[in-house]
Design a protein around this ligand. Structure first.
Ligand SMILES: Cc1ncc(COP(=O)(O)O)c(C=O)c1O
Length: 378
């Protein structure tokens, strides 16, 4: 009775740990969660107020499938900051960046095509590629800085997925790494899907969009969203720009699936982009203090990890204590500390755990104390 396409899709490797954490919570245990991939801050009030106003004004109906014109105009201005010359018509507003990624992959990949994924990678690219009937080709990144070196493509390769700043490693690709990828894309006539949702969660340097590189404008799909930058995960609002034929195909998918992003949420999106940006700087400053706390703490306990330049994740090598999945399970069972096993993000993460530091400094300190007590007894 079931669709064959889903046979290929594995259940998330994070499921086992999440189920165990929930069981402990139900048993009344105080589980510290370093596994959640979302900011713990409330959405800034001017954004909430804009959505409330839209609701009160009756903006409660379908919108154009590609999004309301004012939001697409705001996004076009935002993309200018990234060096992308795009018009409002080159933009699609989606219910979350995840939907934009799903649509982009389905818009271009056919059975038998290959898409390059840098290993480790965010959990949803691989299933999206497989659902489109295509094949993910995992290219391990350097263990040193989590950036790719020169890599081979085949005649079947159609797309390279780039995610900088990167979930799960926190790595930020510098200009030379992006140049390498752009050169390969141009030389082999490939598309690049650039997922930039962590663009603003950056602690050093400036964000660079690969779509702004020479020869890349007509072969790049740039995806971004509101979830991480403005603490808006539950609002489900994202967007993308793509070459016109790809955008049309994405729009077809959207028209026949979700129709449009939620109407009043799109007004919140305008306020987020056009309103004061101090709230973003405040959140990023707090994330930075948390990053320093967690990385210094883990390093002093013997975990191998460097301070990442972006996101709110640390990808720590725990091989001296066991495999990543084994350590994650022990941390949860014996210390009620939930982390994500690195293997969830690809085979090169088998010796790692991903720690999300989107929780308060007090909870991070408490988590470190618990990890320390556990490690003393190993
Ligand atoms: C790398 C990456 N891309 C995309 C998304 C999806 O973001 P959204 O909430 O906008 O769908 C996430 C969410 O965790 C992510 O980590």
């Amino acid at each position: 009775m079931m669709s064959k396409r889903l046979d290929e899709i594995e259940e998330s490797a994070t499921f086992r740990i999440a189920a165990l954490a929930n069981k402990f919570r139900r048993d009344g245990k105080d589980v510290i969660s370093f596994s959640i991939g979302e900011p713990d801050f409330d959405t800034p009030s001017h954004i909430k107020n804009a959505a409330k106003k839209a609701l009160d004004e009756g903006r409660t109906h379908y919108t154009p499938s590609a999004g309301i014109p004012e939001l697409r105009e705001g996004i076009a201005r935002k993309f200018e900051e990234n060096g992308l010359e795009v018009a409002p018509n080159d933009i699609i507003v989606t219910p979350g960046a995840k939907q934009a990624i799903f649509e982009a992959i389905h818009a271009v990949l056919n059975e038998g095509d290959e898409a390059v994924l840098f290993d480790p990678a965010w959990v949803s690219y691989d299933p999206c590629i497989k659902l489109a009937g295509a094949k993910p080709i995992w290219v391990p990144v350097s263990e040193e800085d989590f950036k790719p070196d020169d890599f081979a493509v085949t005649k079947k390769t159609k797309m390279i997925i780039v995610n900088s700043p990167c979930n799960p490693t926190g790595a930020v690709f510098d200009r030379s790494t992006l140049n390498l990828i752009a050169d390969i894309a141009v030389d082999h006539d490939l598309l690049v899907l650039s997922d930039e949702v962590y663009e603003k969660i950056l602690y050093a340097g400036k964000h660079i969009s690969i779509g702004s590189f020479e020869g890349m404008h007509d072969r790049t799909i740039t995806v971004n969203g509101f979830s991480k930058t403005y603490a808006m995960t539950g609002w489900r609002l994202g967007y993308a720009t793509a070459p016109p034929d790809i955008l049309d195909a994405m729009l077809k998918l959207q028209q026949h699936s979700t129709s449009c992003a939620t109407s009043f949420v799109q007004y919140g999106g305008i306020a987020a982009l056009e309103g004061p940006q101090e709230c973003v700087a405040e959140m990023v400053n707090e994330f930075k203090a948390r990053r320093d706390l967690i990385v210094d703490g883990l390093s002093s306990l013997g975990f191998k990890c460097k301070k990442p330049d972006g996101t709110f994740y640390v990808f720590a090598n725990v091989s001296q204590f066991g495999g990543g999945a084994e350590v994650a399970e022990r941390l949860l069972r014996d210390a009620y500390v939930a982390v994500t096993p690195g293997i969830a993000f690809g085979s090169s993460g088998k010796d790692h755990i991903r720690i999300s530091y989107a929780i308060s400094q007090a909870r991070i300190s408490e988590g470190l104390d618990r990890i320390e007590s556990l490690m003393r007894n190993i």
